[in-house]
Design a protein around this ligand. Structure first.
Ligand SMILES: [Zn+2]
Length: 91
């Protein structure tokens, strides 16, 4: 069985489209039994959507991406959320 840490790494690899099929099968099995990694997958998808949105905004000249900075409260909120879903080892 995959560990959650390996699962998280494979989720990231999958998002890059670089996950071999045999690793994808092991990841799917892990996701069937692990709520934490299932939640992490949803969070990764939400982050990817947000990144696409802001990249499109930048392309349209609406908001230069380089001007976006996370405030310390936002960074702490993200860290808190990662801890809540059991991802302490990812911080
Ligand atoms: Zn897991």
């Amino acid at each position: 069985m995959l560990s959650c840490k390996k699962s998280a790494m494979r989720l990231a690899k999958e998002m890059d489209g670089a996950l071999p099929w045999h690793e994808a099968i092991l990841l799917r099995l892990h996701l069937k039994i692990c709520k934490v990694c299932t939640r992490l997958k949803a969070d990764f998808a939400a982050l990817a959507e947000a990144a696409k949105y802001y990249a499109a905004q930048e392309e349209d000249g609406v908001m230069p991406l380089t001007s976006v900075r996370l405030g310390p409260e936002t960074v702490e909120a993200i860290k808190k959320r990662i801890r809540e879903v059991g991802g302490d080892n990812l911080l």
